[in-house]
Design a protein. Structure first.
Length: 489
């Protein structure tokens, strides 16, 4: 036998392949550098996909058996092995290994230990991590959007019931944070009911665009194997297989849409939170947060701080940032899969958790806060809130609105200069500014007439608001019922 004198083998076929311990390491000689392993590993966050990955693998296993690519014995072993892994993950006993990069490799590696290398090696038949992760993510987003929709509707229900309690509570409505016109607190909170209704619709609509199953698309071009993609899609609750294998593994618009819907909802929550912060100040004094939804100062013992709505207001920035982050990741990627897309998951998981928690704490804060109806009524008793009613009285008398606006503006200036209550002006006082006035200000404009006169759809009249409340309650009950029916199917 010839000696090699310590030299490495050379020539065709002399290199020893498969030295890497990675499950994908067949063409690699060396081990992955430790810093690269740390940099590329995703198991510390994509373990959140574990139950979806196991669902996908189980469906894939059964499909392989149905088309003859797995024996019944191997199918049974794989399904039982995947169930054992699911139980270990659920109990916290699963040994996650960062060196195995992601949830997919961790599951497959553990499966090798449970059922043996040969049987476990059959699981990935006709599958790539590209279509696998796209499927896992679609399943996760479907669940996350349904949970978000439910949370939104539950908050909406709380607002509806609190609004019903305050049908006759009156406060100023604001523009530019200046007192504008009197409104009912019920009407004010129903504005948020409408906003959150649209947020819930966005989540529901999103799921209709997550109805195609990526599994079976392979790395990008499908498979030469006789896979039954309809079988897998149906088993996982999708409507159909994804129509284009390249689109299936390359696209993340469903994730972007979820992040956009979450960011929009967080902005609505932030606006509601901002009002709770303002309204709970001594300057407004409209509401007081329950002790269970407020905190104190470490220095000033008299303080009661609205930390819950403040944090919700701040966390809207996280949701906006998550959307911008993934938009930036995706904007320059060529088809199809690129490792950049690993950066999609942390923003999604963060936004889903942030939205869930924000909805929960805001629901509790609204449900338990105390409304100071007297303070609101005193603020709404500002006579200047009736100025528009005076102008509209002139319009009814045939005066062009711009002319009426100018006349009432001069009346307002006069009242401010003379420190007069607008309602104290007589007909003669008013006629000094415009001859079309036919009655004293107190007869033309009052708090009651300001509210009840606005009886158009969407207005502040009591009957109009009652009808809006009834419709909102019915709509919310129906939508929550549909969600529950969907879960039970």
């Amino acid at each position: 036998m010839a000696e090699n004198n310590g030299k490495k083998p050379s020539g065709p076929g002399a290199r020893t392949r498969g030295a890497s311990k990675k499950l994908w390491g067949g063409r690699f000689e060396g081990q992955t550098n430790a810093s690269v392993e740390r940099f590329t590993a995703s198991i510390h966050f994509d373990r959140a996909l574990a139950r979806f990955d196991l669902r996908g693998s189980t469906a894939h296993t059964r499909m392989l058996a149905s088309v003859g690519l797995l024996s019944a014995e191997d199918e049974r072993a794989l399904v039982e092995g995947l169930a054992e892994i699911a139980a270990q993950i659920e109990s916290g006993a699963f040994p996650f290994d960062p060196a195995l990069e992601d949830i997919h490799m961790n599951v497959e590696s553990r499966l090798r230990e449970i059922v043996g290398v040969d049987i476990a090696g059959r699981l990935h038949t006709g599958r790539s991590r590209n279509d696998q992760v796209a499927t896992d993510l679609a399943l996760y987003l479907r669940d996350a959007s349904e949970a978000a929709e439910r949370g939104i509707l539950e908050l909406r229900g709380i607002l509806i019931e609190r609004a019903a309690e305050h049908l006759d509570t009156v406060l100023p409505g604001y523009t530019h944070l200046q007192r504008a016109q009197p409104v009912r607190l019920a009407h004010h909170w129903l504005a948020f009911v409408e906003m959150f209704g649209r947020d819930a619709s966005r989540q529901q609509s999103l799921r209709s665009r997550l109805s195609d199953c990526p599994l079976g698309s392979g790395a990008l071009a499908g498979s030469t194997l006789p896979l039954d993609r309809q079988h897998t899609a149906a088993a996982l609750g999708f409507d159909a297989p994804a129509a284009n294998s390249m689109d299936a593994v390359a696209s993340r618009d469903g994730a972007l849409e979820f992040l956009a819907a979450a960011a929009i909802c967080m902005i609505q929550l932030s606006r509601l939170a901002e009002e709770l912060v303002l309204w709970s100040t001594a300057e407004f004094g409209f509401v007081e947060l329950a002790d269970s939804y407020a905190t104190g100062s470490s220095l000033m013992p008299q303080k009661k701080n609205p930390d819950v709505p403040e944090l919700v207001r701040a966390k809207s920035g996280r949701a906006i940032g998550n959307l911008v982050a993934l938009l930036t990741v995706m904007k320059g990627l060529p088809l199809t899969y690129n490792r950049d897309m690993q950066e999609d998951k942390e923003p999604i998981f963060d936004s889903a958790g942030t939205l869930r928690d924000s909805l929960e704490v805001m629901g509790g804060a609204i449900q338990t806060l105390r409304v100071d109806t007297e303070r609101m009524a005193a603020a709404a008793d500002d006579a200047m809130l009736l100025a528009t009613d005076l102008a509209e009285a002139l319009v009814v008398a045939g005066v062009p609105f711009r002319e009426a606006h100018g006349a009432v503006g001069r009346i307002v200036g006069h009242c401010i200069d003379k420190e007069l209550d607008l309602r104290s002006l007589s007909r003669e006082d008013l006629q000094a500014f415009h001859t079309a006035f036919s009655a004293p200000a107190a007869e033309i404009a009052s708090l009651e007439s300001a509210l009840e006169g606005r009886n158009l759809i969407g207005g502040t009249a009591r009957g109009t608001v009652e009808e809006a409340l009834s419709k909102a309650r019915e709509d919310n009950t129906r939508r929550l019922g549909e969600l529950s029916d969907g879960e039970n199917r």
